[in-house]
Design a protein around this ligand. Structure first.
Ligand SMILES: NC(=O)c1ccc[n+]([C@@H]2O[C@H](COP(=O)([O-])OP(=O)(O)OC[C@H]3O[C@@H](n4cnc5c(N)ncnc54)[C@H](OP(=O)(O)O)[C@@H]3O)[C@@H](O)[C@H]2O)c1
Length: 148
């Protein structure tokens, strides 16, 4: 199964100003919707609280600290699923990821929630595609394969 991290990040590597922020600065929500539609989406409980809408057409799996990433993933029957945040959840699922889809936004936050807070391991990536975000000049989603 492909296990794909998908995120909007700033040029200095942040996904939110703080854990309670509703991300309203993402410019590629239509791409997020198109790519995740029909697939399971896994998120942390804090991210769920920040969402203003349900993600229709996608099986939302909300995890908390007692859930084991491997157990959650083993229960999924689809050929791919998306890990949609936030940072704590990205770090907890990091050992299982196969791909990263990140859209680098022209913003600098300086502080906030990083893509992988407290990550204890390095990852080596291969860029497989730079997808232009439709309707947004010079905004790209970088698609990487992870070489574990
Ligand atoms: N830019 C983007 O693409 C993007 C995408 C998604 C989210 N975000 C933003 O990311 C922010 C939330 O990120 P986050 O990292 O704070 O939260 P999160 O990953 O959404 O949720 C926190 C997770 O960590 C667990 N946790 C808390 N303390 C723990 C511990 N000591 N040990 C193990 N697990 C623990 C929580 O479980 P419990 O329920 O048990 O506490 C929960 O599952 C929000 O602002 C959201 O808007 C941005």
């Amino acid at each position: 199964m492909n296990i794909i991290l998908i995120a909007a990040i700033t040029a200095d590597g942040y996904i939110a100003r703080d854990s309670n922020e509703t991300v309203d600065w993402s410019l590629d929500l239509h791409l997020f919707k198109e790519q995740t539609m029909g697939y399971p989406v896994i998120m942390g409980s804090k991210t769920k609280k920040t969402l203003t809408l349900d993600l229709k057409g996608r099986n939302e799996i909300v995890v908390n600290r007692n859930d084991k990433p491997k157990t959650i993933l083993n229960e999924i029957k689809a050929d791919k699923c998306f890990i949609i945040g936030g940072g704590t959840t990205f770090t907890r699922f990091s050992a299982h990821l196969t791909h990263l889809y990140i859209t680098i936004h022209p913003l600098i936050f300086g502080t906030g929630v990083t893509l992988f807070p407290n990550l204890k391991r390095e990852m080596n990536l291969t860029l497989i595609k730079m997808l232009p975000v439709q309707g947004r000049e010079n905004l790209y989603q970088f698609q990487y394969k992870i070489n574990h």
